[in-house]
Design a protein around this ligand. Structure first.
Ligand code: FES
Ligand code: FE2
Length: 416
């Protein structure tokens, strides 16, 4: 049986509303297809424009196995390229961030302009045409300072996401931030289990004492499980935010993205251990610190929180079926002074603890799905975002298979 046939069988017998079969979490052949069907076709968060404010600044990231360079060019625009030399394919930029007037491959020093054009290649034959060897460009979209990139030749529409989400994000002005701290951690779990874990707060009460001091486990303003406290708090805060012109109602993101502003509990102003502000200098032009947080995610692998004082970006990238890289960045106002406006420990304590706890949960989940007796299990009502995620994922994989089969039929009929 080919990997495509195997996947087709798994997709056909999948029961919506249930967790995925073990092979989805453990088979290398499934991950190989996911890299093409999902990661090479979707918009992925690469970073924040505030990380590369000057001409020549660059950052690097990974989409699956493909390295990406995002560079701030001389004309002020941001461009993205595959981090792979056109000579023999070496990685060009080795650091996660840097500054360069030109991009020079460390192997044989082929040298590229910031717009990707090949400027110099020593010892090549006379008829060598440099114009044919520019860096491979990657689609890029900038939304309120958030840099999304997509490897597809024909990327999915970005405009609906931008239209719905930007009004929520823009007031926090992520472009006028700086990264105060970042972490990269490898979790011993399949990337989908890491994402699934992020999409529900069913586990929060049992696992996240630090996070649940400020964050409500209720995902919707009209959550039927909501207690009296939340039912009274939500409409009161909604009124305040209406006065400030800050949108808060959940956007119609379907299965692809979610964006909503929800209040903190316990009179918290920020996601910190005691609910106090993580940074005295508020983001953007905010004067009111009590803004709850905008929670935003988009498929396949990015989630974010925006409070009045800091921004948290998180992305996951699969390394292997059982290893996933989680990158987390904490951003504060660009003028905030460390030690005066913010303390890194206070800023990061909640999400560092939460990430640690989530890594253990995802690892346990991953291990448990290896059991001979593992059977797919039903999602709870509060896990509706997992239903969305797995449905979206299955549809994406199925449509890729269909496209491949169609092009195979086409190829066969052309050659016969
Ligand atoms: S691989 Fe880059 S210069 Fe040779
Ligand atoms: Fe969690």
């Amino acid at each position: 049986m080919t990997p495509h046939q195997h996947l087709r069988i798994l997709l056909e017998r999948r029961v919506p509303g249930y967790s995925l079969e073990a092979d989805f979490y453990h088979a290398q052949s499934i991950l190989d297809i996911e890299l093409k069907a999902v990661f090479e076709r979707e918009w992925v968060l690469a970073g924040s424009s505030s990380e590369i404010p000057e001409s020549g600044d660059y950052l690097t990231t990974m989409i699956g196995q493909t390295g990406i360079i995002v560079v701030h060019t001389e004309d002020g625009t941001l461009r993205a390229f595959q981090n792979s030399c056109r000579h023999r394919g070496s990685v060009i930029c080795l650091e996660s961030k840097g500054h360069a007037n030109k991009l020079v491959c460390p192997y044989h020093q082929w040298t590229y302009a910031l717009d990707g054009e090949l400027l110099h290649a020593a010892e090549m034959p006379k008829n060598f045409d440099r114009d044919q060897y520019s860096l491979i460009a990657v689609n890029i979209e900038l939304m309120a300072g958030m840099i999304y990139v997509c490897l597809a030749n024909d990327p999915p529409d970005f405009s609906g996401f931008r239209r719905e989400v930007e009004p929520y994000i823009a007031p926090h002005q992520p472009a006028r931030c700086k990264v105060a701290f970042e972490t990269s951690e490898i979790e011993n779990a399949n990337w989908k289990l890491v994402v699934e874990n992020n999409r529900e707060c069913y586990h929060c009460a049992g696992s996240h004492p630090e996070l649940t001091y400020s964050l409500t486990a209720f995902a919707m303003p009209d959550d039927p499980r909501a207690d009296t406290f939340f039912s009274e708090l939500m409409p009161r805060k909604a009124k305040d935010w209406d006065k400030l012109g800050l949108p808060h109602v959940a956007v119609p993101g379907g299965q692809e993205f979610r964006c909503i502003r929800l209040p903190f509990i316990n009179d918290a102003l920020s996601m910190t251990l005691d609910g106090s502000l993580a940074c005295r200098k508020l983001l953007g032009d905010f004067e009111d610190p009590d803004l709850g947080s905008v929670r935003m995610f988009r498929v396949p692998n990015n989630w974010n929180h925006f409070s009045s004082d800091y921004v948290l970006h998180a992305t996951v990238n699969p390394i292997s079926p059982d290893k996933t890289l989680l990158t987390t960045k904490w951003l504060v106002h660009e003028d905030a002074v460390e030690g005066w406006d913010y303390d890194v420990e206070h800023l990061t304590a909640v999400w560092k603890a939460t990430n640690r706890q989530d890594a253990t949960l995802a690892q346990n989940n991953h291990k448990g799905t290896r059991a001979a007796g593992y059977r797919t299990g039903p999602y709870a009502e509060s896990e509706f975002m997992l239903v969305d995620f797995t449905n979206w994922y299955a549809a994406k994989m199925a449509s890729y298979l269909t496209q491949q089969e169609t092009s195979q039929i086409h190829l066969t009929s052309v050659s016969s």
